[in-house]
Design a protein around this ligand. Structure first.
Ligand code: FE
Length: 254
């Protein structure tokens, strides 16, 4: 299994704080059946500033350590890029690091809203030759209240990644229900852990795929697993026809 979103690099964001933490996460990932793990440290998040070159160096260092410890895991370079007005220039300047040097770029919204310029920026990213992947839309307050905005982003070519822990209810019932609706409406393309540690923000990938298999069927599991493989190989991923989440239906859940 490939996990495309994690905070395993030590001491550079709110994920692993030391090499010991990183190795503990690497072992936990292997226990989940993960063979390749993309390290996606926060790019710029108020507190952190992680640019392409330094991330690539950290990934090399951690892979050497993991190899020395005999852990069967490969870490790949990536970045959880916070949406900002300079993304096109930052892609050109190689400040932004697309996932495993592919055409796929993570885009993180602030948790409480979607910036007004988001639609234009997601378009501009595609014009520049990249494919934006909106990370954890199920945890964004504005998208929870206005799911049609998510539908419009996907309709216009953006991909999305839902977090495994959201699917299994670790962020609460409402986010779990919204995650399920996003899956059913074909508004997401990847399931990933966004693991920060091995306790409060662990992997939960097996648990999530088990639930998806039970509640939504094998096809979804297979598509999600395959999409993560296609992504890191810079291939086109599977997209199913998206549908809109009806707000009325959504309100009915509360
Ligand atoms: Fe993250």
């Amino acid at each position: 299994m490939i996990d495309i979103h994690s905070h395993i690099l030590p001491g550079i964001d709110d994920g692993a704080q030391s090499e010991i933490d990183s190795l503990q996460m690497a072992r936990a990932a292997v226990n989940e059946g993960i063979t390749k793990l993309v390290a996606t440290p926060h790019h710029r998040n108020g507190k952190y500033d992680n640019e392409r070159d330094s991330i690539v160096r950290w990934v090399d260092t951690l892979n050497e350590l993991i190899l020395k410890e005999g852990i069967p895991l490969t870490v790949l370079p990536g970045q959880e890029t916070r949406i900002n007005g300079d993304m096109i220039a930052e892609l050109e300047d190689e400040v932004i690091l697309p996932i495993n040097h592919t055409k796929y770029v993570f885009v993180e919204f602030p948790s409480d809203h979607v910036p007004r310029y988001a639609s234009q920026m997601l378009f501009d990213i595609q014009v520049a030759g990249y494919i934006p992947i909106i990370v954890h839309p199920e945890r964004n307050q504005e998208l929870i209240e206005h799911p049609t905005r998510l539908y419009e982003f996907v309709k216009k070519g953006a991909l999305t990644q839902v977090t495994a822990a959201s699917v299994v209810g670790k962020f609460g019932k409402n986010i779990q229900k919204f995650s399920g609706q996003i899956i059913e409406a074909n508004l997401t393309h990847f399931i990933a852990s966004d693991a920060h540690n091995t306790s409060s923000r662990g992997f939960a990938m097996n648990e999530a795929f088990q639930l998806i298999q039970n509640d939504y069927g094998d096809d979804y599991v297979n598509i999600f697993l395959e999409n993560s493989e296609l992504l890191i190989d810079n291939q086109n991923v599977n997209r199913m026809e998206p549908s809109n989440i009806k707000r009325k239906k959504f309100l009915g859940l509360f």
